[in-house]
Design a protein. Sequence first.
Length: 551
Amino acid sequence: MSSQSDAARLLVRTLEAEGVEYVFGIPGEENIHFVDALNDSPIRYVLVRHEQGAAFMAEIYGRLTGRAGVASATLGPGAINLQLGVADATTNSTPVVAISAQVGLDRIYKESHQIVDLVSLFRPITKWSELAPTARALPEMVRKAFKTAQTERPGAVYLAIPEDVESAPVPADLAPLPRNVVRPQEPSPAQIARAADVLARARQPIVLAGHGATRAHASDALVHFSERLGLPVATTFNGKGVFPDDHRNALGAVGFMRHDYVNFGFDEADVLIAVGYELQEFDPVKVNPNADKKIIHIHQFPAEVDDHYPVEVGIQGDLSHSLRQLGEAVHRRWDATGTGEQIRRMMREELEQGRADDGFPLSPRRVVADIREVMGRHDVVLADTGAVKMWMARMYPTYEPNTLLVSNGLSSMGFAVPGALAAKLARPDRKVLAATGDGAFLMNSQEIETAVRERVPFTVLVWQDDAYGLIEWKMNLELGRSSHIRFGGIDYVKYAESLGAQGYQVTSADELLPTLRKALDHDGVSVVAVPVDYSHNLRLTDRLGELTDPF
């Protein structure tokens, strides 16, 4: 092998300088120099089975660490396969750097084999999308990519490396740029004073904590703020765990398709203190249907414009400092009991009813209860998009940030299995469970082989109904019937075994709990299939539709 320095090795050195631990991807003819250069690097290249899986892995790694996950692909179809996970990362405010090959500069200007304008394709779904025109540009462009991806509001960026740029010689003294971290600013004293004045005249404020509060590590400050002022706190689905569900001021998560128990807390409120909330998490009409609440928006960047989110005061800056200073500026307390206790009681009772339900196929509540029973407070669950997400996000008690992961920006199906691999790499000391419907499972189940080969242990729990259950739920609610949502079942035990994993089929309600324990204790990849009775879906929405008072 030649000792001459080339752009591929320079690219690897720039990734090392950014602290990259993993590159998830599939090599192609046009980026073989880059993949080969990783052999001499401490960076671990994780060979996946589909580029979509690589992008989801990068996303979940970025979400759990706060450092941009890296996904790699070849040009053309390989790069295009990255796009769903890249868009999911951007809409979920998660840092990702996607790098792909591109045709050489000697033919990029004309129609030729595999030429697609990838920069233009990625531009609408990223914070920044660009092509490296020369090897000398790599240190600056990679530094910009990571800085852009990781700065609030974080998201994905895309960098195309032409084939002839990747293999070009570079001067030996061309080096990566040093990292610089953008620090959140201090909140404005004037805005703190304005917000304190709004709260001084408030009858019943409520706090809504979103994904941004998790990213800002504001959990302790949020708990202190709630306790100091006696305020109830609800979270978004993406924010679950940033305020512990077993705290006396917790209301639970908001974002369900119907008026849920937690919504009663918003019905009574006249002031909404939104901490790290972003509109893509859910439509604010769900908590401010009449657009009559005064909103205090606390985040590291200004709020998006929405007619049901009219900001009275915006506090822009470090979230923990903002909460501390606002708490000190308000000289009164409220009572978070009453409605809050009733809301928590109703959710506890629903979970207890599920725990005692021995019906088979299992009720969704029973599955949620059993998952909570086997997972520790710090363990990580990924709830894929579908009916699974609805049941888990509204019911699964969550006590720590980033211990229940959902996609509520783009709401992509199929992220949980590849995401579980990345979650285990990012949190090797914790149990990891991917909870997924059977429809979402088969979209990226090939990554089980990746996990087996890479020796990354986690458990997949397939909620089995042989249908796209959430779409059936929505159709029945709005149309009174459903169609084109059912598909054939598979033998999940044989399927898991064919990929090198351990497979289990649950055949009675009392089997789920011990089977989950056995699977999670297994030092490998396990797939547990459990039949679920989704007739409970309509029963839930019908009951919530009839509920007019939490008391």
